[in-house]
Write a protein that binds this ligand. Structure first.
Ligand code: SF4
Ligand code: SF4
Ligand code: SF4
Length: 275
């Protein structure tokens, strides 16, 4: 499938920008090392605060990391959108929501006071949201941090004028294809059944539960997962596991909230609708 129309020459100018985040996705890209050198033969990087001192507002492709958490962020990302022929969201903070959105459970004044104490009046904040909620984007890369293999794939697609659809199968699929032991059997709440795959189930490969860092996949059936893990249901093995470890809706909600607070997660409503 053809991607967004290219408006740049043979060697496009690339810029990296960060909004509210840990900047771990940019750091991951730097870890591409030799492969980064290959990419640099095809593009000119003109702005990348984490990696270089030079700066230019003349760029074709913008990689934007982080969440929008202040009014001035909205203005800034709109300016980037206006300049860039291609805008790519880098990581879950920018693509779908992430830790930053946890603050949306509180009133903003309360949050400012908690963080800045008696200096709160000098700062402003708005409910956190991904960049995708503010401007149209051409490519999305999920993950906290991004998968480097996926980053390279997206760069290739952009440079060859092709579109890219983020994976939309649950992590469980990749977990089973890799023959990983299901961590539910160890009594750990795993969000693999509802989380967007594309990471090759790296966490369950190390025996850890999926924390949901790539966000909910499209049309994730959270209600069915709640039912399967917290209530009487048909699958005898899972029922035995649930009886033994006693997962609660609160356990699952606490975990889901880490990466899925945009738009607001309402587990009460989801559970009620699934009765
Ligand atoms: S997605 Fe995760 S690793 Fe990437 S910038 Fe946001 S918090 Fe950091
Ligand atoms: S460990 Fe998690 S991702 Fe893997 S099969 Fe079990 S629930 Fe799914
Ligand atoms: S297994 Fe889950 S938490 Fe781990 S990288 Fe994949 S989506 Fe993120």
């Amino acid at each position: 499938m053809e991607g967004p129309t290219k408006r740049f020459g043979n060697k496009p100018q690339i810029a990296f920008f960060d909004f509210a985040c840990c900047e771990g996705c940019q750091l991951s890209v730097l870890q591409l090392e030799e492969r980064l050198l290959d990419i640099l033969e095809l593009v000119d990087v003109v702005t990348w605060r984490e990696a270089m001192s030079e700066y230019s507002n003349d760029y074709d492709i913008a990689f934007c990391e982080g969440s929008i958490t202040r009014e001035q962020d909205i203005e800034r990302v709109r300016e980037i959108r206006e300049q860039a022929a291609i805008l790519v969201t880098l990581g879950s903070c920018a693509s779908g929501g992430c830790h930053n959105d946890l603050k949306n459970q509180w009133e903003m004044d309360e949050m400012l006071a908690l963080v800045y104490g008696d200096q709160a009046e000098h700062f402003d904040t708005i409910p956190s949201r991904p960049i995708t909620a503010v401007v149209e984007v051409d490519y999305k890369i999920y993950g906290c941090p991004v998968s480097l293999a996926e980053f390279v794939t997206v760069v290739k697609r952009i440079l060859t004028g092709q579109s890219y659809e983020p994976p939309n199968q649950p992590v469980c699929v990749e977990c089973k294809l890799n023959d990983h032991l299901c961590v539910l059997e160890k009594g750990e709440v795993c969000l693999g059944p509802v989380t967007r795959g594309g990471c090759d189930a790296i966490c369950t490969g190390f025996g850890d539960a999926c924390q949901g860092c790539r966000g909910l996949m499209d049309a994730a059936n959270v209600g069915a997962m709640l039912k399967a893990l917290t209530r009487e249901q048909a699958h005898a093995i899972v029922r035995k596991v649930v009886e033994r470890y006693g997962f609660t809706q609160d356990d699952i909600e606490t975990k889901l909230r880490i990466y899925n607070n945009w738009p607001e997660l309402n587990l009460e409503e989801i559970a009620a609708n699934d009765d």
